[in-house]
Ligand binder design. Sequence first.
Ligand code: ADP
Length: 160
Amino acid sequence: MRLAVYPGSFDPITNGHIDILEKTSKIFDRIIIAVIHNVTKQALFSLDERVELIRESTGHLDNVEVDCFSGLLADYVRTKSACAIIRGLRTVSDFEYEMHMAMMNKRLVPEVDTLFAMSDSNYIFVSSSAVKEAALLGGDVSSLVPPVVVRGLKEKLCGR
Ligand code: ADP
């Protein structure tokens, strides 16, 4: 059983994340989307809301499930007996941070490798933070996130 963990903030999940999942779910038997519970990072969506949005947006991917974790990613992947960590790469600016994190994780949990996937060129510029910023200013983000996220953003931002 080749199990991979796809960790991230997913605040909220975007079509870029889904593109990475559609590609990598063909490579692995099972993927756990692991939502990071980071108390120091201010999120727009609560952990439960992020999990629910992911669940509703990934129903078409049979071998993909969602979970949350706090603490060290290396500990989490070890407890799950994962063989790989999935991360997405957009531009060169992602690379340096991701490379350091992959090297650190390799040192902490040598039996697990990080696999980088590139998203479709349509999603290279898509990030959760850019989507939130555009939505906050009234922009139409319906081509960048799943419909359930469009609704979630409207509900969150209408009172602001
Ligand atoms: P984090 O806070 O850990 O960066 P994110 O939810 O922003 O969490 O991203 C999780 C992973 O998905 C990261 O590896 C990020 O580079 C990748 N990712 C995010 N958006 C895209 C996208 N549009 N295309 C490819 N990868 C992406």
